[in-house]
Every structure is written in C-alpha cells, then in structure tokens.
Design a protein around this ligand. Structure first.
Ligand code: RNT
Ligand code: ZN
Length: 416
C-alpha cells in the first residue's frame, strides 16, 4: 500500500479517535513499549538441540511442514527473519534444551550458564532480551513425574536441573541489565484415576521450596499450571489451584497459558483477581482449538478480551506477554509473524478503548450507553493506526508480509 494513503487513513483515524477522547500518538508510544517474548520453540516444533528424541510430557506438535530449523544457526536466522516482520522490539524466550551444547551431550543436571554464552552474545548483538524455561519433558527421566516423583533420585535430578536453570536465568538477567523471566512448567500427572493426589502435590511443593530457596536479583520466577496433558488426562499435579496457592504464599509470578483452562473459562477474567494476590503475571498467548492444541494465536475474542483486561487493570507494567504455540503444519516463520502481529493488534485495540468514558457510564449505571460504546469501538478505524504502526517500525504493512515469508521459504527454508 502506498505510504501517502496510509498516512491519510491514519490522519482520519486520529481525528475519529480524538472525538472519543483518545490520543492516538500516545497509544502508539504505549504499544511501542509492549515487548512480546517470542517463543523460540515455534521454529522447530519444540525439538531443541539436546537430542533428536520424540517430544514427550503430554505436549504435541502436529504436522510436518518442510523447512524446520535443524540447528542453532537456522533457528537464529528464522527468529531474526520473523522479528524483522513484527513491528517493535521484542524478547526471546529460550528453553533449556536450546542451549549451545557444541555437539556434546550435556545432561539436564549439568547445564550451566556457559551453555548459553553464545545466546547471550547473540541476543545482545541483536538487541533482544532473553527469558528462560526449565525443561522437564523429552528426556529419559521425564516419565510421568519429575519434580513430584517419589523416587528421590529422579526428583533430585529435576530439582538440580531447575536450580541450574535459575542460575542461568540470573546470569542472563545480569548481562542484559533487565530481569530474565524464568518459567517453570512441569508435565507431572497421570493418565488414570489417581488416589493419593495429596502425596504428589506435597512433593512438588517441597521441590519448589528447595528450588526457590536461593534468592536472586536479576531473574524472576513464574509458575505455570495446566488442566491436563496428552496421556496424562486424569490428574495434573501442578493444577491451577496448586500454583495460585503457591504463588500467593510465596510471591511468585503466575503464568497464564490461554490453552490451559477449561474451554469456556475466561482467562481474561483471571487477570484482575490474580493481580490482587501475586506480584506479576506472565502470559502464554496461544489458541486452543477444542483442547490445548497450541494453534497459532489469532485476533479473536479471547485474545482481545485478555489484552483489554490488562489495559483496563492498568497493568501493562505487571504483565509479561509471551507467546506459546507450535504449529508444524504451516510455514513456521509465518506462524510466528501471524501470532505476534495478532497479539499486538489486540493490544492496540485495547489501548484505543475510551476507558474513562466507559468507566463513567458504568459508575453511573448507564448500561445501555456502556454497551453501545463498546459495540461502536469494534468498528472504529484501529486498522489505520495499525498500518501506521507497521510503517513507522519499518515492517511490511498489511498482507505484504506474506510475500516476505514466501521469499524466505523459497530462498532458505525450502532448501533444508
Ligand atoms: C505446555 C506448556 C509449556 C510449553 C512450553 C514448551 O503445555 O504450555 O509452556 O508449551 O514450555
Ligand atoms: Zn505454556
């Protein structure tokens, strides 16, 4: 689209939004500051560089679209390509299995900051900050239980792993002069009816206490619950209630993965409750289709509601926005870009809401007026603002990124 037309449409949008009391320039500045934490695992279907074994732990990537990243250089190139098509400056979320192990097998209880040295350098060179995740899945000792395993040898192995991951996150945070957000999700659960449900939860709690005993200044811990995993349908040790209790008691960040709740449960509605009891939230923005399917995030009501809640709670500085999906059935770089841009589009619409007016209607009991304005907002020209945001950030406007992804596919990923 021609630059002049984008500007004309933007100018009209600025006027239209001014009429409802919104300063669009200010909104663009706010959106610029919203950093997504891009999940490194979209580029290779959560394979990583530790082994080529299968993905376990109740998660699954379906599809076999050609061109997935096979090594650290390809993964980095793909991430940079995706980032070049997403407006703004973003973070990168690494899993432990993506370490630079130099072709050697480094077991999870042996991992050290040195295995992420090249990542830290690469991230600094590319002006990206890092977040981190311990990895309990896809390992011979994963089984059905890791941090809640009654076998002390196995449980200690995972405790050691997670402690080491925290030390790595601390180093990343120190080096980038900004806290590294480390997520802890373990798949622990069981396929069939579990009788002694208390036992495993008590073990998980004890493991977490041991892991978090060491205090750090440059990393922040977050803990992620889920309803069930494939093959682990009847019982999840780290349920939502378990982690809410733990986080509230221990001042930890809760990770809300939008695929980890019952399908009709509103994740958006959790924001205002949780923020009264936990310091911050981390999001794993995803798109569950009938289950925790990890489809590519799109601009749907769920994502819009979530972003609106964050803005309505005035909580942009307390919520970290990470993505978590892995679709192996379509172009993986394209998937990164679609999900990231969709999340940003939702955030933009949230920021463009005439919140003061809506709140006033609500306080006055003017239900009709509140609903009418909410409905009208849906068709205000936010897309003209979005186009300007892309233009200002030097990334393709509108559907122009499709061609860029196709070009990279023709030149790079199709040759793998
Ligand atoms: C799994 C969790 C977890 C993982 C990543 C790879 O259900 O969502 O966050 O997707 O750690
Ligand atoms: Zn997740």
């Amino acid at each position: 689209m021609n630059e002049q037309k984008i500007k004309q449409a933007y100018d009209l949008a600025v006027e239209r939004y001014a009429a409802i009391g919104i300063d669009v320039e200010k909104v663009l500045d706010q959106l610029q500051k919203v950093q997504l934490s891009l999940h490194c695992w979209q580029a290779d279907d959560v394979t990583g560089f530790e082994s080529t074994g299968e993905l376990t732990g109740g998660i699954q990537a379906t599809g076999n679209y050609p061109g997935k990243a096979r090594n650290i250089d390809e993964l980095r190139a793909d991430i940079l390509k995706a980032a070049s098509l997403i407006p703004g400056n973003h973070r990168l979320n690494l899993h432990e299995i993506y370490g630079d192990f130099g072709g050697k097998f480094v077991d999870r209880d042996q991992v050290e900051p040195v295995h992420f040295e090249s990542w830290m350098q690469w991230a600094a060179e590319n002006n990206m900050k890092l977040d981190f995740n311990s990895t309990s899945f896809s390992h011979p000792k994963s089984g059905d239980l890791s941090l809640s395993n009654p076998d002390e040898g196995i449980r200690n192995f995972w405790i050691e792993h997670t402690k080491r991951c925290r030390a790595i996150a601390e180093e990343m945070g120190k080096r980038q002069n900004d806290p590294c957000i480390m997520n802890l999700w373990v798949h622990d659960g069981s396929k069939d009816i579990t009788v002694n449900r208390m036992k495993y939860r008590a073990l998980l709690k004890d493991s977490l206490d041991q892991i978090f005993a060491q205090k750090y200044d440059n990393m922040k811990d977050c803990i992620e619950s889920k309803v069930f995993g494939i093959g682990l349908e009847s019982y999840t040790v780290g349920s939502n209630d378990f982690y809410i209790g733990y986080a509230a008691q221990n001042n930890k960040i809760i990770t809300l993965d939008t695929g980890h709740f019952h399908p009709t449960e509103s994740v958006a509605d959790k924001v205002s409750s949780m923020l009264l009891y936990v310091p911050e939230l981390m999001l794993h923005v995803s798109r569950p289709v009938r289950w925790d399917s990890d489809h590519v995030t799109i601009m749907n009501d769920d994502t819009l509601d979530l972003c609106k809640e964050i803005v309505r709670c005035d909580a942009l500085d307390r919520v970290h926005v990470g993505l978590d999906y892995f679709d192996a059935s379509i172009n993986r770089i394209g998937a990164y870009v679609i999900g990231s841009r969709a999340t940003q589009k939702c955030m933009l619409q949230a920021l463009l809401e005439p919140l003061a007016q809506l709140c006033q209607y609500e306080a006055n009991g003017q239900g009709f007026q509140r609903l009418a304005l909410l409905e009208e907002c849906k068709s205000l020209p936010w897309n003209a603002v979005w186009d300007m945001f892309c233009l200002k950030n030097n990334v393709p406007v509108g559907e122009a990124f499709i061609g860029e992804v196709e070009k990279y596919e023709a030149e790079v990923t199709s040759k793998r």
